[in-house]
Write a protein that binds this ligand. Sequence first.
Ligand code: GCU
Length: 340
Amino acid sequence: MRGLKKAFILALCVTAVLGLGGCSSIKSEKRIVRISHAQSETHPEHLGLLKFKEYVEENLGDKYEVQIFPNEILGSAQKAIELTQTGAIDFVVAGTANLETFADVYEVFSMPYLFTSEEAYHEVMGDTDYMNQVYASTDEAGFRVLTWYNAGTRSFYAKKPIHTPEDLKGLKIRVQQSPASVNMVKAFGAAASPMSFGEVYTAIQQGVIDGAENNELALTNNKHGEVAKYYSYNKHQMVPDMLIGNLKFLNGLSSEEREVFEQAALLSTEVEMEEWDKQVEEAKDIAQNQMGVEFIDVDVQAFKDKVSNVQQDMLDDNPDIQELYDHIQKINEKYAKEEE
Ligand code: GCU
């Protein structure tokens, strides 16, 4: 009899955990941790976040359940950051462009041609001790970056081919909602149209804009290759995405719990980065061979020359970026020397 009763209670609890009611005391004891992001469920970031969920639940599963909300279903990056700020949700993944209004040091990543090699980019972002100082810059705003995700290299793509910077003249190009991104695209000679990521497909399709700028996964994962058939490798930016957590939530964790969440974040980056490399190669193949996108190799130097004064202008306008900028230049030089 005791065995039967035990089995019955167990069944009830399983039902409760599955969210089907019953045994509510156990259900309500778990703290639901909500994470929002803008990508699809096959994107490297989603796969990285599944690792985050797995690690947290493996180690603290009696207390926390992690729920991941993809595809901007909780709102665009800007909205989801605000939800994370107030604690309505706990984490969000967003590009640094969206953080500029909270801490202007993040403007540095919007500089065209900031990193001179992928190696330098990875070394800067992978130096957790150094980056933690930068990550603390949004503490006053109520959130803190836990880790970064690779979001590749951004280039222009449009309905018309872009071979030289002159081809950008008169084009209306979508940019992320950040003043630095607007200025950058203007410096290239195009008209900048800021809007959220989720709006881009329809805007290109309906001719509201001529094109956008992003990594190759935007063509496939976000299907922009269906409506913009020319992708030009001018490679103007490497802009990371950030996993951002509500600071009250993070500070409310015990030190053991905090360690688990931080470790989960680092593991999610490892998974994301491996997936990234794989998926970019696949995306190029799918875009070219299944979607009919033409990849155009351009004279990158001509694009660099077009915006050669932008870095200095940005440094003059915003002294808060100088230190991080200098740090990045040192690492750029290190890899430039290795190549010689
Ligand atoms: C990339 C990046 C996102 C960003 C998006 C955009 O997909 O990973 O974080 O929001 O570009 O251009 O808005």
